[in-house]
Ligand binder design. Structure first.
Ligand code: PMV
Length: 331
């Protein structure tokens, strides 16, 4: 038996400013709208992929716990695509460590699948561009296509596998940061995947959401181009509310935000009125993330921590995209 091929990659979560909610293609994960996010430099996922000879199926652990058959689906989707590209029939063992609570609306699937795509490509001996890695990560989790890149990132919705990928955008404004108000670390009741399908199928607000969010993407790109943080922040809050509004219109409604989430939105608006740079957003969970600058990161974090002593507030600057930390195809 030859030495197994293995590689380890690291990737960080990203937080969407202009949101993705709804797919045009469920299998390839082609979204209905483009989206824009920032990649953090904290809370990495580290994933090792080991290609194993003589093994008949893929297996994976997450934070030391073996994943069940029904939890392996999306990992297998990514590995199968890598095998297809590499012309391999060998299966793999995946070992993944998350430093942020899994499935709590803190984008652990984004860092997870970006790290998996990068590690798997290297372990199977492929030399893919970042654009190709973004396409590959997308098949595991849409938002993962954005975590392949660092800084501010746009995911072009595209219309097929070739045209749907992320790309970094230049930013001339002040250095950005995020505060994360961790209201809950519990696994979300409805996964983003199920929530999206349900919204597409039942919300009368879905089509208007798709059309209006695409406009927000264009306006946000203009703001990014000119370094206009006030506009980018306002558009972030707008896209957030419109995304949650389309879910609230689903039947039965999907409600990820709690009263405490809204308390934090109010606290952020108040902080802004007193001169802080702070804009709130939230995803498929109650946690609230606050877009700010590196200068205001610590002041806004301690202000909110003082007002809400029972909530954990974490800070992060923007970080890099996915990278290989250990390994090569022949190691
Ligand atoms: O890619 P998923 O299935 O983790 O969906 C992400 C959806 C949101 O986080 C709510 C929005 C976004 O654009 O990240």
């Amino acid at each position: 038996m030859s030495t197994p091929m293995r590689a380890t990659a690291q990737a960080q979560p990203n937080i969407a400013l202009i949101k993705y909610w709804g797919k045009n293609d469920e299998t390839l994960i082609i979204p209905a709208t483009s989206s824009i996010s920032v990649t953090l430099n904290e809370f990495p996922t580290t994933t090792t992929v080991e290609v194993q000879e003589g093994v008949t199926h893929d297996c994976a652990t997450l934070n030391g716990v073996q994943l069940r058959e029904d939890e392996l689906g999306r990992i297998r989707t990514v590995l199968s695509r890598v095998r297809e590209l590499a012309g391999s029939t060998q299966h793999a063992k995946v070992t993944s460590l998350n430093t942020i609570p899994t499935a709590a609306g803190l984008a652990s699937s984004a860092s997870g699948f970006a790290a998996l795509a990068s590690a798997a490509a290297t372990a199977y001996g492929l030399d893919l561009s970042h654009t190709d890695l973004s396409r590959l990560a997308r098949r595991g989790s849409g938002s993962a296509s954005r975590s392949v890149f660092g800084g501010i990132v746009k995911w072009h919705r595209g219309y097929d596998d070739e045209t749907s990928f992320a790309q970094p955008l230049g930013w001339k404004g002040p250095e950005l940061a995020m505060v994360i108000g961790q209201l809950s670390t519990a696994r979300k009741a409805i996964s983003s995947r199920k929530g999206m399908t349900h919204t597409v199928a039942t919300s009368p607000f879905y089509q208007p959401w798709v059309e209006s969010n695409e406009h927000l993407v264009h306006r946000a790109e203009e703001a990014i181009h000119t370094g206009d943080l006030a506009t980018l922040g306002e558009l972030t809050e707008l896209s957030t509310m419109r995304m949650h509004a389309t879910m609230l219109g689903a039947e039965p409604p999907i409600r990820y935000l709690t009263g405490r989430s809204f308390d934090l939105f109010d606290a952020v608006a108040e902080a802004r009125a007193t001169g802080f740079t702070a804009y709130a957003t939230a995803d498929a969970g109650p946690n609230v993330k606050i877009l700010t600058t590196v200068t205001d990161l610590e002041p806004i974090r301690s202000l909110l921590a003082e007002q809400y002593p029972d909530i954990t507030f974490l800070g992060s600057r923007l970080g890099e995209g996915a990278k290989i930390t250990v390994g090569s195809a022949e190691s």
